[in-house]
Design a protein around this ligand. Structure first.
Ligand SMILES: Cc1cc2nc3c(=O)[nH]c(=O)nc-3n(C[C@H](O)[C@H](O)[C@H](O)COP(=O)(O)OP(=O)(O)OC[C@H]3O[C@@H](n4cnc5c(N)ncnc54)[C@H](O)[C@@H]3O)c2cc1C
Length: 584
């Protein structure tokens, strides 16, 4: 094992990680900053996939209060109100910085102002975008800036575990694995940021970047950090079904439903009439996902286990104009949208729960920070489209600035005994179990019991199945030669995903009501008693402590926000949608 040190260690290579690196570097260019990314630098993670765009108050008729209220309403009033306020009030500075300093170019109106499109759940058109390739624009420009900054980049190097000082009082580094060379490094750091993008790929079907396996969350959990609202996982209603292809789960935009697309079961019924006759396909994302799941579960699903999205009546001309990318994507897997109903399924999209942070991105552990999808609390029970990437950028910036400011003058080094103990868990051992098969099992358990519909029995069943998977995982071998070993990396992924599954299961058991993305069929109503956050932490003896903590209404009380948000997609005509192209 190699011993190295730096000032700031950033784990992750998406929007939150890169922004943190740039801000820390700007605060003090002498700092030695290391970005270790499991996927390829600039090319991995979900920030790159962002199509819809970034929510920000820019127009004089819009306001922080409106964006804030939409965010809390969307979140079912269990958001951390200070985090949500930070998101809303710092989003404009970042967009201006992205354009004027980092060279991003966003779509503009004829008068030269930045174009802002409508996304669901918002009372104002406030989503900034670059066509439908917003994420590529962001990541390309941020990567360029990081590359010329002198920040050190470790490509395809994954964080394995956090390291502490000898008194276990402060996080002061992490164990890193170079996945290609198989080498381990104990990287000492005066501050460590977790920005590994959450664990949506836990589920059998997901559009998220598949190298993400809840690593930051699991590292934080094993280290004893506190978590918030781990039950909150967002599903998108229309993921493409394309057999065994990795394209299965890829999101088909909400704009298609907004424009009048129909959801139909295998018996030809527009089944939304059963679940939300007033809004039908334009109902909220969580409700449409749940309805599709119920149809499939009731045996009214398509041959490939989905439902049909039928947009044929919208006409080829409109489809080609409003959704050229999706048209092409569907054609590539055998559907002509203008001629064929498309088989779709709900798909695990975004994790709202995560490490508990304060508005400066500090976790509950000294020396450890979190940002982006690894952090929880900003979105409450449901994330609004456009608020996810805004979160990564805003809190990435906050984390970078805070870490640079708070570097301990003489930070302790990781205890070498602990580094050795941590690395020992990767020592070679015999074993014949197949981790890839286990991954499929875990995805199915999560899908069936920890996903769109939960119940006490289902959660208990999940617990038993997770025990079994954990047992078999112990029989997956570890090679002496770790270089480029996919099975070994999958074993590590599984350990982390199991840890995250336990947290989701426990938090979902605690919340005996339905709210936002969390639906309990044994408690289908939203309860006035449900205005709490679930808080979990792994104690030193290995048990997980769990508590319900009342939401702190620091800026708004539930009675302040009665009534429905205006949802632009509800009013969308095909022509309006063509102009606005609603997205995630
Ligand atoms: C298909 C899709 C479309 C979306 N569209 C929108 C949209 O239009 N608007 C919006 O607001 N949000 C959107 N989102 C959500 C948005 O992408 C996320 O909120 C955001 O990008 C998360 O940023 P992040 O930096 O936290 O993580 P990511 O960008 O996902 O990056 C995570 C990084 O961590 C790395 N990593 C993982 N494990 C480790 C490890 N152990 N060690 C080191 N590195 C590790 C990964 O390789 C990756 O580089 C979309 C999501 C998806 C899946």
């Amino acid at each position: 094992m190699v011993d190295r040190d730096c000032d700031i260690l950033i784990l992750g290579g998406g929007g939150a990680a890169l922004y943190a690196a740039l801000k820390a570097h700007a605060a003090d260019p002498r700092l030695r900053i290391v970005v270790a990314s499991k996927g390829l630098f600039g090319k991995s993670g979900c920030t790159r996939m962002v199509q819809g765009g970034y929510n920000v108050v820019l127009h004089p008729d819009d306001s922080f209060d409106k964006h804030y209220d939409d965010t809390l309403r969307g979140g079912g009033m269990v958001n951390d109100q200070e985090l949500a306020w930070t998101l809303v009030t710092q989003a404009p500075e970042r967009i201006i910085e992205l354009e004027n300093r980092f060279g991003c170019y966003f779509d503009r109106n004829a008068d030269g102002t930045i174009h802002q499109r409508a996304l669901a759940g918002q009372s104002f058109n406030r989503t900034v975008h670059r066509g439908d390739l917003t994420g590529i624009e962001l990541m390309s420009r941020l990567s360029e800036q990081v590359l010329v900054s002198g920040v050190e980049i470790l490509n395809e190097v994954r964080g394995v575990d956090l390291l502490f000082d000898e008194h276990r009082e402060r996080v002061c580094g992490a164990l890193l694995l170079d996945m290609n060379r198989g080498t381990l490094t104990a990287m000492a750091a005066r501050a460590v940021l977790l920005a590994t993008g959450g664990a949506a790929p836990l589920y059998r079907i997901t559009p998220a970047s598949l190298e993400k396996s809840g690593d930051g969350l699991a590292m934080g959990c094993r280290a004893g950090a506190e978590f918030i609202d781990m039950e909150m996982m967002q599903f998108h209603p229309t993921g493409l079904i394309a057999g065994d292809s990795v394209m299965t789960g890829v999101v088909l935009e909400e704009g298609l439903r907004g424009a009048g697309g129909h959801l139909v079961n295998a018996q030809g019924e527009r089944y939304m009439a059963r679940y939300d006759p007033a809004k039908m396909e334009r109902s909220t994302r969580d409700r449409v996902s749940r309805s599709g799941f119920m149809e499939i579960r009731a045996g009214r699903g398509t041959p490939q286990g989905g439902v049909f999205l039928d947009v044929r009546h919208l006409g080829k001309e409109f489809l080609l104009k409003s959704s050229p990318g999706m048209y092409k994507r569907c054609l590539s897997v055998g559907y002509d949208m203008a001629k064929d109903p498309i088989q779709v399924t709900p798909t695990a999209h975004f994790q709202m729960g995560g490490l508990r942070i304060d508005p400066e991105c500090r976790t509950s552990l000294p020396g450890l920070y979190a940002a982006g999808e690894d952090a929880g609390g900003v979105h409450g029970a449901n994330r609004l489209g456009g608020n996810g990437v805004a979160e990564s950028i805003v809190f990435g910036a906050v984390a970078g600035t805070t870490m640079a400011r708070e570097l301990a003058a003489a930070a302790p080094r990781p205890s070498s005994a602990e580094a050795k103990r941590t690395a020992a868990r990767l020592d070679a051992r015999e074993g014949s179990a197949n981790p890839f098969r286990l991954r499929r099992d875990l995805g199915a358990v999560a899908w069936d019991h920890l996903g769109i519909i939960r119940s006490r029995d289902g959660l208990a069943q999940a617990g038993r199945e997770l025990d079994r998977i954990e047992q078999v995982l112990g029989a997956v071998g570890i090679p002496a030669e770790r270089a480029g070993d996919a099975a070994f990396n999958e074993r590590l992924n599984l350990e982390n995903l199991l840890e995250v599954s336990r947290l989701i299961g426990l938090a979902a058991t605690l919340r005996e009501e339905s709210r936002g993305s969390h639906y309990r069929e044994d408690f289908p109503e939203t309860s006035p008693e449900g205005l709490f956050n679930t808080c979990l932490r792994r104690a030193p003896d290995g048990t997980i402590t769990a508590e319900r903590r009342p939401v702190r209404f620091t800026r708004r009380r539930p009675e302040d926000l009665k009534g429905e948000t205006v949802i632009p997609t509800d009013k969308a005509t095909p022509a309006a949608v063509a102009a606005q192209s609603t997205e995630i």
